[in-house]
Write a protein that binds this ligand. Structure first.
Ligand code: EZ4
Ligand code: CO
Length: 402
């Protein structure tokens, strides 16, 4: 079998997605997700202009060799653009291999290690009461684990708070919107949110919270301590994690489990965090961290240090990533939890898929390959529209982490 074509499809069914479709001389094709929120066209060009020409004529069964060719062969290693592009190729090649061997991808990764993949959903609200209601709604839908975010009194708009009556979506059309931030107000507010959720729903539900890079290590230590009575499953991204040793300080002060990694793109962003057991969950994805091939190595390394996975799964990761993540999640032993944020119906129509949800768990399905596709005709009806994540400023105008 040889690769005859590698096509990049950019579309916007509800939000922007970049998809790679690799075709072969035997009629089998594979799909991969290359979406990098707010920087979509950079990855599209990387794939179209620099990767696709190198793939033509290669044997698609050589997944590891092609991965190394794209990683080592580019000379310029790592970075979100490069690693998302490599990931898209990697997903598409696993999809092709599964279809060629007539078996779901998880079978090629060692087989199933569990019956289903536990996911957590998002409960967002303008204030504590609205978030509490949303937690209840998700528990009724069968979710065992829920992430809770709420608006902060005195902060005009923040991460996780829906605009109007719609669902929360971080990216907005046009140029980047600006949000305001106040750490003190946030730190006073967040324990009240979780106290109220535990008062209403008791001890059983697994509760998570995303600090979304807004704290310093000592502030994160305080938030972790203040949340200990509510026994969270994790706090996510307590600090921006370029400085891996910053986590030592948080770790010394709190037993609230720590999760990080949605912006990481290779093991080199996380090796100290894992080796020193400074975190509990590594949240890199098969999309932004080099595909299934690289994530298998990350998970194996993490397994030795009691670190479990907790893949990022927001709406800016397409159903192709969701499918690939589920095959990966179900196959490894040190799986922790998978994030799930439902896509719009337009997105689901453009990306038909076989994965399914029941009772708090997702199932990848038994279709050969990844069990997901792109409907190119429908995709063509949703052309790309520039959209960006917000920029954050403190109340005095200083640019801050979003
Ligand atoms: O802000 O995916 O845990 N989920 C998140 C997401 C991220 C977006 C960025 O593109 O933090 O909502
Ligand atoms: Co997050």
């Amino acid at each position: 079998m040889i690769i005859t074509k590698a096509k990049v499809i950019v579309c916007s069914p509800g939000r922007n997605f970049v998809t790679l479709k690799i075709e072969t001389d035997q009629g089998i094709y594979g799909v991969g997700d290359a979406t990098l929120n707010g920087r979509e066209l950079a990855v599209a060009s990387y794939l179209e202009d620099h990767v696709a020409p190198c793939l033509i004529g290669r044997d698609p069964s050589h997944i590891e060799d092609i991965w190394q060719y794209l990683y080592k062969g580019a000379y310029w290693r790592r970075g979100p653009v490069t690693m998302s592009a490599i990931a898209a190729v990697d997903m598409a090649l696993w999809d092709i291999k599964g279809k060629a061997l007539n078996t779901p991808v998880y079978n090629l990764l060692g087989g199933r290690s569990r019956t289903g993949v536990m996911v957590y959903s998002h409960a967002n609200g303008k204030d504590i009461e609205q978030t509490v209601d949303e937690v209840g709604r998700h528990l009724e839908m069968g979710y065992k684990a829920v992430r809770a975010q709420s608006g902060i009194p005195g902060v005009s708009t923040t991460y996780g708070v829906p605009k109007g009556s719609g669902k929360y979506e971080p990216a907005e059309k046009g140029l980047p919107p600006e949000h305001a931030w106040n750490t003190e107000k946030y730190m006073r507010h967040v324990p009240k949110l979780f106290q109220r959720i535990r008062d209403v729903y008791g001890d059983e539900p697994l509760l998570l919270h995303d600090c979304h890079h807004r704290l310093t290590p000592i502030e994160a230590a305080r938030v972790g301590k203040d949340l200990e009575p509510y026994r969270l499953f994790w706090i996510e991204d307590p600090v921006p994690a370029e400085l891996q040793e910053g986590f030592r300080l948080i770790r010394e002060h709190t037993t609230t489990p720590l999760a990080v990694g949605e912006v990481f793109n290779s093991i080199w962003d996380a090796h100290e965090l894992i080796r020193e057991q400074l975190i509990d969950y590594i949240r890199m994805t098969v999309l932004h961290a080099g595909g299934i091939s690289h994530m298998k190595k990350v998970a194996s390394f993490a397994e030795m240090y009691h670190v479990r996975t907790g893949s990022h799964g927001a709406t800016d990761l397409s159903p192709v990533t969701m499918a690939a993540a589920l095959h990966f999640d179900i196959s490894i032993n040190n799986f922790g939890i998978q994030e799930h944020m439902p896509h719009t119906s337009e997105t689901d129509e453009v990306f038909p898929h076989y994965y399914s949800f029941e009772g708090g768990y997702f199932y990848p399905g038994d279709t050969p390959g990844l069990g997901v596709d792109i409907d190119e005709e429908k995709a063509a009806g949703y052309p790309y529209e520039p959209a960006y994540l917000p920029v954050n400023r403190k109340e005095d105008g200083t640019i801050y982490n979003w």
